[in-house]
Design a protein around this ligand. Structure first.
Ligand SMILES: *Cc1c(COP(=O)(O)O)cnc(C)c1O
Ligand SMILES: [Zn+2]
Length: 433
């Protein structure tokens, strides 16, 4: 294992402030606090400017000066830089006039924001000389580690809870990765991975490489600021599993302010969870600075972490910004999925259903003002979690390939679609809308 020299970042303990250089290590051996990558922002200042970013590639590597990428590593996968879309139709439904959706349902290459964190983690895994990489995953991380590791020529062993959605299992195995289903929930899987990482000397992206992995999430924040014309929004609504992404968006904004790239302003952070696994939102609602672990029971499997590593820090951060956290039932999650699809044409997975339903609730409860600039962060793709939608739509009879048959079918099925036919026929369907 080589230690990188002359880099502008290193691991630091947020408690005792001890520096560790750059090594595969997740927590301070003395305080047990999760380690953070800290940058020497003064030395980054001249190299990270609006102009240098604009001249970069249309992917996360345009921000590489603020990512822990080892000297000499040449990233080539065009990860990230997903659309930020003004969501006026969704806004109209939920009473918002200045709402945006950050659409990581279409993140490259595996259709979730996890592609960002994996790209950064694997660059470090390669640098540290690991032959085998792995992860404990609620699904999306498994897909991304499997896809990206094979492209880098690394072998992968991936551990998941045994009851994961079939699409997420298949979307891991197709890349040739070794997939191991563990009898238990994510928290059992994660504990086992900690032991395996030590025993086998593997690089686990969210265990011993976690500080590097987590930095990849900052790119969601950089992109939002850049896509708003180098401005910060008033509010961020973000789903939470381990509680890392929401914290890193905040860190990204703070770095941009420190570098003088965006104007400082208060941004409120709102966390979103499923009620069936809501340790962080529960903590925020009670004003705690710690979390009480839960046993997950929700269709939002990608968010089902009962004992989140960054939970206490996320709860404190949200409260310090004047934000809030909400949680929604499985029924509300499915409605959220449909609402975003029907209004904005974006098909998100259960986690995005959580975020959309929570966003609606925050407006309805007046926690977010109608005209405030708000970004709702959609993190994964609906094609991976179709199960909750099965049976939602009527299965209608097949129609013979003749115009008259089609016409008859439409009149019985949805006559409101008939708008452009001859006068007398319009009268026939009058009043059906
Ligand atoms: C992992 C995941 C999250 C939450 O990320 P954390 O950083 O663990 O809070 C949100 N959405 C989706 C789709 C995920 O896969
Ligand atoms: Zn320490």
């Amino acid at each position: 294992m080589s230690e990188s020299s002359c880099t502008v970042y290193e691991l630091k303990c947020p408690e005792c402030k001890k520096g560790f250089g750059n090594v595969p290590l997740s927590a301070c051996p003395d305080c047990l606090a999760p380690l953070e990558v800290q940058y020497d922002l003064d030395s980054v200042r001249g190299r990270f400017t609006k102009e240098s970013v604009a001249a970069g590639p249309a992917n996360i590597w345009r921000y590489k000066e603020l990512l822990p990428i080892p000297e000499g590593h040449q990233p080539d996968l065009p990860v990230g830089f997903t659309p930020l879309v003004k969501a006026d139709r969704l806004g109209k439904r939920i009473g918002a006039t200045n709402l945006y959706v950050k659409n990581d349902a279409v993140c490259f290459p595996t259709l979730s924001f996890k592609d960002r964190v994996v790209a950064v983690a694997l660059a470090n895994a390669q640098h540290f000389g690991f032959d085998v990489v792995g992860c404990s995953s609620t699904g999306n991380l498994a897909n991304s580690v499997a896809a990206q590791s094979t492209r880098l020529g690394l072998r992968a062993c991936i551990l998941v809870p045994s009851d994961l959605e079939p699409a997420k299992i298949l979307n891991t195995q197709v890349y040739g990765a070794k997939l191991v289903r563990i009898e238990g929930n994510y928290d059992h899987v994660n504990r086992l991975c900690t032991l395996i990482a030590d025993e086998y000397k593997w690089g686990f992206v969210n265990v011993n490489l976690r500080p590097y992995y987590a930095e990849g999430s900052k790119t969601v924040g950089y992109e939002i600021a850049e896509q708003l014309g180098w401005r910060l929004p008033d509010n961020i609504v973000c789903p939470m599993a381990g509680g890392s992404l929401i914290r890193k968006i905040k860190k990204a904004f703070a770095e941009l302010v420190a570098l003088g790239i965006v104007e400082d302003k208060p941004v409120k952070f709102f966390g979103a969870q499923a009620t069936g696994c809501s340790p962080i939102s529960h903590s925020v609602k009670n004003g705690w600075d710690d979390i009480e672990p839960q046993r997950p029971n929700t269709i939002a499997r990608s968010l089902a972490i009962g004992n989140p590593a960054d939970g206490p820090a996320a709860s404190k951060m949200i409260q310090s910004t004047g934000g809030y956290a909400e949680d929604v039932s499985d029924v509300e999650i499915v409605s959220g999925i449909q609402e975003l699809a029907e209004t904005e044409g974006i098909f998100t997975e259960t986690a995005g259903g959580v975020t959309t339903a929570v966003t609606a609730k925050l407006y309805a409860d007046g926690r977010i003002g109608k005209d405030e600039l708000t970004v709702s962060v959609i993190t994964g793709n609906g094609l991976k979690t179709t199960d909750p939608l099965v049976g939602k739509f009527a299965e209608e009879r097949a129609v013979k390939p003749r115009l008259a048959e089609f016409d008859a079918f439409l009149r019985e099925s949805d006559a409101s679609l008939i708008t452009g036919v001859a006068e007398e026929e319009v009268e026939l369907v009058g009043g059906t809308k």
